[in-house]
Design a protein around this ligand. Structure first.
Ligand code: B12
Ligand SMILES: [Zn+2]
Length: 259
C-alpha cells in the first residue's frame, strides 16, 4: 500500500502488503502535531483528486500518451503534491505494476519498454519541476555525501535515478558512481573529514555475488575513506537478498530515516 498524508499530500511511504498498490491515507509526522480536521470536505476532495491523478497518469502511460502527462503533473502539484512524491509515490509503483503485468503475461515486452520510456520522460519533466523549488535548502559541506551506484550488472536505471533526485530534493549532496569509479570517488581528498554513505541498488538476487565482491573492495579502503554501505532495490524490497556483513539492507527509501 502507498501511504499519503491526508492533510499536506506528502508521500509518507510504503507499507505492507507491498504488492498492493492501493492508496491509503494517514498523517505525516508534521501534520499529526497540527491535528487537522480530516472530515472537512477539503481533505476528502484532495485525497480523491490524488487518486484520480494517479489513475489518469497510469492510463496515459498505458497509451504512451506523453502529451497528457504534463497537465497531470501540473494538476498534482496544484493539489499540493510535492514533485518528488510524484516519483516515489506514483511513477515507481506504476513500474511495479507494469513489471507484474509483464510477468503474468498480460503485457508484451514492447509494452513494458514503451511504458518505461514514458516513465523516463515523466521523470525528466518532474526533475525540472523539482529543480525549480527544492523541498529543503542545500546542506552544508561537512554534513556528509551520498554516493549512488547500481549493483554491477544491474541495468535498471530508474530506481537509482529517483533515489538520487529524492536525496537532492532533501538538500543532500549526491554523486553517481559506478564499479570503476567508486573507489577513487570515495578517496577524493576534497572529502576529508566528511562522512560518506554508499547506496547500492540491486534488482535481481543474481547480482548479489557482485555486490559482495564490491563490498569487500570498499571495506578494504583506509578507515577515513570507508563509507557506510546501504543496499536497496527490488531484490531487497522483496526479501531476496541474504544479510551481507557490514551492509544495511533498506527495503524502501524511508528506511534511510532521512525525511
Ligand atoms: C523497466 C524494467 C526493466 C528495463 C529497465 C530499463 C531501465 N532503463 O531502467 C529492462 C528491459 C532493461 C529490464 C531488464 C531486465 N529485467 Co527488469 N524490470 C523492469 C521493471 C518493469 C521496472 C523497474 C523500475 O524501474 N522500477 C521502478 C523503480 C523506481 O523501482 P526500484 O528500482 O525498486 O527502486 C525504488 C526502491 O526500490 C528504492 N531503491 C532502489 N534502489 C535503492 C537503493 C537504496 C540504497 C535504497 C535505500 C533504496 C533503493 O527506491 C526506488 C524508489 O522508490 C521491473 C518491475 C519492478 N517491479 O520493478 C522489472 C524487473 C525488476 N525486471 C525483472 C527481470 C527478470 C529483468 C531481466 C532479467 C529480464 C530479461 N530477461 O531481460 C533483465 C535483467 C537486467 C539486468 N541485468 O539488470 C524482474 C525481476 C524478477 C526477479 N525475480 O528478480 C522484474 C521484477 C519484473 C518481473 N516482475 O518479473 N527490466
Ligand atoms: Zn502532512
Amino acid at each position: 500500500m502507498l501511504k499519503w498524508c491526508a492533510h499536506c499530500q506528502q508521500f509518507i511511504g510504503e507499507m505492507p502488503p507491498h504488492a498492493d498498490l492501493g492508496i491509503t491515507h494517514g498523517l505525516c509526522r508534521k501534520c499529526a502535531g497540527e491535528k487537522p480536521d480530516l472530515l472537512s470536505g477539503d481533505e476528502y476532495a484532495h485525497a480523491v483528486a490524488l487518486r484520480d491523478i494517479f489513475q489518469s497518469l497510469f492510463s496515459a502511460g498505458r497509451r504512451s500518451d506523453f502529451d497528457a502527462a504534463g497537465p497531470l503533473v501540473d494538476d498534482a502539484i496544484a493539489a499540493h503534491c510535492r514533485p518528488v512524491d510524484i516519483l516515489v509515490g506514483m511513477i515507481a509503483p506504476m513500474l511495479y505494476e507494469i513489471g507484474n503485468a509483464w510477468e503474468q503475461g498480460t503485457l508484451t515486452v514492447e509494452g513494458e519498454h514503451e511504458f518505461t520510456t514514458f516513465a523516463e520522460r515523466v521523470i525528466d519533466l518532474v526533475e525540472a519541476r523539482i529543480k525549480r523549488a527544492w523541498s529543503q535548502p542545500e546542506r552544508s559541506v561537512g554534513d556528509g555525501c551520498y554516493f549512488l551506484m547500481n549493483a554491477p550488472g544491474n541495468t535498471h536505471s530508474v530506481g537509482i535515478r529517483i533515489l538520487g533526485l529524492w536525496l537532492q530534493d532533501q538538500g543532500w549532496r549526491t554523486r553517481h558512481v559506478d564499479d570503476r569509479t567508486v573507489l577513487d570517488a570515495l578517496s577524493e581528498p576534497s572529502l576529508a573529514g566528511e562522512s560518506r554513505t554508499l547506496l547500492v541498488s540491486i534488482a535481481l538476487p543474481e547480482q548479489g555475488d557482485a555486490v559482495t565482491a564490491l563490498v569487500e573492495r570498499v571495506q578494504a579502503l583506509p578507515a577515513p575513506h570507508r563509507p557506510n554501505i546501504v543496499l536497496g532495490g527490488y531484490a531487497v524490497k522483496t526479501g531476496r537478498v541474504p544479510p551481507i556483513p557490514g551492509v544495511t539492507l533498506a527495503p524502501d527509501i524511508s528506511a534511510l530515516g532521512l525525511d
